[in-house]
Ligand binder design. Structure first.
Ligand SMILES: *Cc1c(COP(=O)(O)O)cnc(C)c1O
Length: 406
């Protein structure tokens, strides 16, 4: 054990520290016990839970990796110029993702808004300040989307003042393109819900000189998707940082052609008088996002996948033993690409509405979140579990189902 006097002696031999020994210095040297951290969940009575559901925004996305948290803590102790952080991090992210340029945004949603803002304004400062008012500015005002892709997230696009034009067929698309068309937008997670696939969408856009953007917010893994859409030729690619990549929940990435990223940054903090001033990302999140991405690209995804499968098997085997329960494991092709366990039960044999089961699991200790499906079924993913939590989920789920056997 090192005592305080030895510690001071030790530290005084470190040249940089000179004669002054502040608490911070000792702490930085990692040699003194840190002050206890407040447990705010306990203090404020906020429920924490085992997340067997998945990467849901309402459940605060994912848990940041230790490295990311350490990066945030380190960055919090120094001032830096916001633009310089973005530029340096952007270069690194761009190199990883095969993009010309990149910038960290306040989530994927703001990447959509800011990317379109960049397309609309270019480097014209007057136009930047005019958004979201397009009339009389010379800016284009329409974004073309396939009908099946038009779920709630397209609101990020109308935030710029643009109108959404929906199309279904190639013919409709050709007809919809006109001098007001600013962007052709694609939503990867719904790509099976539209007739026009990625390559054709890009091809038609290029023929007509119209930029393209893809929303792939929840589409890693597979990790290759991080560069696949840049390689394919989308001008702008938007992804969430706080889902499977386990960066800060409020971070995302806008990547693609340099001319559009440069222009998008004119609508971003620190610049005010912009539609993006409220979409601030701090230096801690920007750096944390970079570390999360870097780790994600380098990690052993096969090994990770096996862990998820083993956890699913543990839960599946436990609940299958209850009479009346059936299970199925699938992997969604689009979005949340991870082994997904569906647990269903015969209502004649097990009298348990899924809402009641959900409530019972929630109220248990530890509390558990699952995702209800139909009235007598639920889905579970294991990628957001901590080591060993699958055993708790397995036994609690089995317990609740067994209790309800009629
Ligand atoms: C989650 C999600 C978004 C929003 O991403 P944030 O990072 O939460 O801003 C946008 N589009 C799709 C398809 C998503 O799943």
């Amino acid at each position: 054990m090192i005592n305080r006097r030895d510690l001071i002696k030790h530290l005084s031999t470190v040249p940089l520290l000179g004669g002054f020994l502040g608490n911070g210095t000792a702490e930085a040297a990692g040699l003194l016990a840190k002050a206890p951290v407040r447990n705010l969940a306990k203090e404020l009575g906020i429920r924490t839970f085992i997340n067997a559901a998945g990467t849901y925004t309402m459940m605060t996305g994912s848990l940041m990796q230790d490295d990311v948290v350490a990066t945030i803590q380190g960055a919090a102790k120094e001032f830096m110029m916001l633009d310089e952080v973005q530029t340096k991090v952007g270069e690194k992210i761009a190199a990883i993702t095969h993009a010309e340029s990149a910038v960290v945004t306040a989530g994927c949603f703001s990447a959509l808004t800011l990317g379109l803002a960049g397309v609309l304004t270019g480097m014209d400062q007057k136009k930047v300040e005019a958004l979201p008012h397009l009339e009389g500015t010379g800016m284009k005002s329409e974004v073309i989307i396939q009908k099946g892709h038009n779920i709630g997230y397209s609101h990020a696009l109308t935030n710029t003042g643009c109108k959404i034009i929906q199309v279904e067929t190639v013919e409709e698309l050709q007809k919809a393109i006109n001098e007001k068309t600013a962007l052709m937008w694609f939503l990867h997670i719904q790509s099976d819900k539209g007739l026009i696939k990625h390559e054709q969408w890009i091809e038609i856009a290029k023929k007509n000189g119209i930029p393209t953007m893809i929303d792939m917010a929840a589409d890693v893994p597979p990790v290759e998707n991080l560069w696949r859409f840049n390689d394919l030729g989308f001008d702008l690619v938007c992804v969430s940082g706080g889902k499977a990549m386990r960066g800060p929940q409020s971070a995302g990435i806008l990547m693609g052609k340099k001319q559009y990223i440069d222009a998008a940054r004119l609508s971003m903090p620190p610049r005010g008088s912009t539609i993006g001033r409220g979409m601030k990302v701090n230096k801690e999140e920007i750096l944390g996002m970079y570390v999360a991405l870097d780790n994600f690209v380098k990690m052993d995804h096969k090994k990770e996948w096996k862990i998820w499968e083993d956890r699913v098997a543990t839960i599946e085997n436990a609940v299958k033993s209850v009479k009346g329960v059936s299970t199925e494991v699938t992997v969604p092709e689009l979005g949340n690409h991870t082994p997904t366990l569906k647990v269903s039960w015969d209502a004649a044999k097990i009298s348990l509405p899924v809402k009641t089961l959900q409530e019972n699991l929630r109220k248990g200790n530890p509390s558990i979140e699952v995702m209800p499906a139909e009235n007598n079924s639920l889905t579970i993913t294991t990628w957001m579990l901590k080591t060993g939590e699958e055993k708790i989920v397995a036994s609690r789920l089995k317990e609740e189902l067994s209790k309800a056997v009629v």
